[in-house]
Write a protein that binds this ligand. Structure first.
Ligand code: ADP
Length: 128
């Protein structure tokens, strides 16, 4: 499967997913799509402040790990995107806590995400 990465300018506050690939070749449902839950993952650079982190797990991060990641990300960039759930146009992050904090502490405006679309039920499941 091929994926495309869309670079989002720092100043851009409103954006849409414009490219992706999934098993049937159909678009993930950009603006105007009424379908929920379908399509494969999309790789996209998201502004850090667009990702809600309801579990606030950043507090429990291993600071040594974060600092090692900061050094590595500064040198070679993020090699593995963080997983993000999109529900009704809102992005939620439940993992990738060390990579997220490393980006925050490096002052990077965006982070590369692997975005899967889900329903409110998927979200409730993550929040349990
Ligand atoms: P996180 O809470 O972000 O998942 P972990 O320490 O559990 O933190 O895992 C770090 C992850 O970051 C690993 O999956 C590793 O492959 C990935 N990674 C992505 N980019 C880098 C990088 N530049 N240097 C080191 N690890 C990286």
């Amino acid at each position: 499967m091929a994926n495309f990465v869309l670079q989002v300018p720092i100043t851009l506050r409103s954006f849409t997913v414009s490219a992706s690939s999934n098993s049937n070749g159909a678009p993930p449902g950009g603006s105007g799509s009424g379908c929920g839950g379908g399509g494969g993952p999309v790789l996209l650079e998201l502004p850090l402040d667009k990702i809600r982190r309801p579990l606030m797990r950043t507090r429990a991060n291993d600071q040594k790990k974060v600092e090692e990641l900061m050094d590595s990300i500064a040198e070679i960039g993020l090699q593995v995107p963080i997983d993000v759930l999109e529900v009704d146009g809102v992005y939620y992050g439940f993992s990738g806590c060390h990579r997220y904090e490393a980006h925050q502490r490096l002052g990077l405006p965006t982070i590369r995400c692997k975005i899967r679309r889900g329903t409110k039920e998927t979200l409730r499941h993550h929040l349990r």
